[in-house]
Each structure stands twice: as structure tokens, then as C-alpha cells.
Design a protein around this ligand. Sequence first.
Ligand SMILES: O=C(CO)[C@H](O)[C@H](O)COP(=O)(O)O
Ligand SMILES: [Fe+2]
Length: 219
Amino acid sequence: MINKLSPSILAADFAALGEDIRKAEEAGAEYLHIDVMDGHFVPSLSLGFPVIEAIRKKSVAVFDVHLMMDNPDPYIKAFAEAGADILTVHAEVCPHLNRTIAAIKENGMKACVALNPSTSLSALDYILEDLDMVLLMTVNPGFGGQKYIESCTAKIRDLRKMMEERGLEIDIEVDGGIKLNNVQTVLDAGANIIVAGSAVFGGDIEKNVTDFMKILGEA
Ligand SMILES: O=C(CO)[C@H](O)[C@H](O)COP(=O)(O)O
Ligand SMILES: [Fe+2]
């Protein structure tokens, strides 16, 4: 599996968003993780279409859009038009997951399902073969800067094993509390797409990206 860093712009300086993104990309980040929160599924409100459209004009990165929203189905086409490349929906709020995943693909995006830390991997049992990526939340979604939940390491390992047993090579993305001092743990467990917000945008962005990429073997 190819490792990628996906810096989460939730932790960027929103008053200097274009500049912070430019720094992350110039340091070598190929993905950007964009957190959309609806104040329903999660307590926070974050950003929406105008922001995604604006940064799409400035960035060539893969837009890895993480929807933390109830009932995302009516918005799928609009996210594609705004510039999303990968669209992630939460299993907890998608009762018609096959239909949702099909709609994401029909709109030309890669399809990913996210699971909260306490959601069982069995939620993926009958959909895994249809996915381009699985996002395992390693904190409860809603806020940046939280602490990594240790029990998620075994879950990553179990998901990679589940994929191997089915002969699947699907990206496993991890999101929440990933820092330079625990990223090797999640890589060893089987994750290969690494979201980092505060650990990238809090401080020297170029140095943080470079340091992560050395560990990811991307540098
Ligand atoms: O989805 C998210 C929160 O719900 C964010 O992507 C995540 O929390 C990144 O922030 P950090 O790396 O600071 O934990
Ligand atoms: Fe996220």
C-alpha cells in the first residue's frame, strides 16, 4: 500500500487558508483533508461549498472530503462540482449505504465509508468490496486536537486482516490525534492514509509535513 499524508485544514488558520495550504503542498503533501461538519451528527459547524470551491482554484491536491453530516445524499453531486476527489460518508448516518456509495462513484469521486471509534467493523461486511477507502476515526468526530483512542490500534489491525482475508487492497485512512510520535503505530497496524490536523498546521507547517513524510516514506 502507498502511504499518503492528508493534512486536515480544520487546524489551519482560516484567515490565511490559501497560504497555509500552499505551504503544505509545497512541502510535498499530495492530499488535503477537508472536514465538513453539520452541527447535527457532530456538535460543530465547520465549512461548506464556498470554501471548498475557493481553495479548489488554488490547489492541485487530492481533495479528501470527510462529511460529518446527517443525510449526505442530496449533496453528493454538489460536492463533486465543488471539487471533491474522495468523498467520505459515515456509516452511522447512511441507512442506504449501497445507494450512497453508488451515487458517489457515479459522480466521478472515490468512495469512502467512515466509522466512529465505537462502531463495529461488521458495518462494512456487505459493502467493503465496493469501497475505495475506509476511514477509521481514532477520536470521536467533531473537533480537532483530541487525544488518540488507544483501542483503535487493534481495530486498524483487524480491518487490514479482514481486507487481506478477502484479497482486497483498499486504503485505510486514520483520523484524529495522529502525531509524529504515534504515526508509526498506526502504519504498523495497517493504516496507509494519515490525517493530521493540529500536528501539521499547529507550528511550522513545512517542517511538520516533511517530518511526517519521512516517517511515511513519501519523502
Ligand atoms: O475529522 C476530524 C475531527 O472530527 C479531523 O479530521 C481530525 O480531528 C483532525 O484533527 P487532529 O489531527 O488535530 O486530531
Ligand atoms: Fe476528518
